[in-house]
Design a protein around this ligand. Structure first.
Ligand SMILES: Cc1cc2nc3c(=O)[nH]c(=O)nc-3n(C[C@H](O)[C@H](O)[C@H](O)COP(=O)(O)O)c2cc1C
Length: 169
């Protein structure tokens, strides 16, 4: 599959089959995460891979939608700001780094026929408590990981004209 085809194939999956994710496929997704670029190669993140079965109530506190806990796996992506690169004006790039690893994760999953959905609207206090996150480890995003049980919707995106400005010096 070419890259553009893969980018079109990935969509936010909001219904999952209970079928397990093969260990090899999970490893491939995690390898795609490991290979992601981060600012100054600091790799200031930690990924938490959660087997959802039996933990539905706790996961439901983090994000209340039923489909979130229907997938066999839920992954939490955390930033460790103290390990991240900061620009000269002190802007910390850990959120950018986590966004990149999440993008590698979601695209690698789609390439393997697996579904994901970025979750930003989770309860950070519940996430910290349920996952036992120490101070300095910030949950940034979650995603279920499993086989899709829905169909992709048409992608609604702004046009390139609206999104890109060309400058010709
Ligand atoms: C940073 C971020 C946070 C998101 N948070 C949520 C969320 O909390 N719940 C949800 O259902 N979808 C969430 N989404 C999914 C977006 O709604 C979705 O990516 C967007 O509508 C485009 O649709 P597509 O992913 O199917 O192409 C999030 C996406 C991103 C990138």
């Amino acid at each position: 599959m070419g890259f553009l085809e893969l980018a079109k194939k990935r969509y936010s999956v909001r219904a999952y089959k209970p079928d397990p994710v093969e260990k090899e496929k999970l490893q491939q997704v995690l390898e795609a995460v490991r290979l992601a670029p981060t600012a100054a190669n600091r790799q200031p993140f930690q990924l938490i891979v959660i087997t959802a079965k039996g933990k539905e109530a706790d996961l439901g506190r983090i994000y209340g939608r039923p489909w979130f806990v229907n997938a066999p796996i839920v992954i939490g992506a955390c930033a460790i700001p103290s390990q991240a690169w900061s620009r000269q004006d002190d802007k910390n790039y850990c959120d950018v780094d986590v966004a990149i690893i999440m993008d590698h994760l979601t695209l690698a999953a789609a390439d393997l026929g697996l579904g994901t959905c970025w979750i930003g609207a989770f309860d950070p206090a519940a996430a910290g408590e349920v996952l036992g996150l120490p101070a300095g480890v910030e949950p940034i995003a979650f995603t279920p990981l499993g086989y899709p049980d829905d169909q992709p919707k048409e992608k609604k995106r702004k046009s390139i004209k609206e999104l890109v400005r060309y400058e010709h010096w």
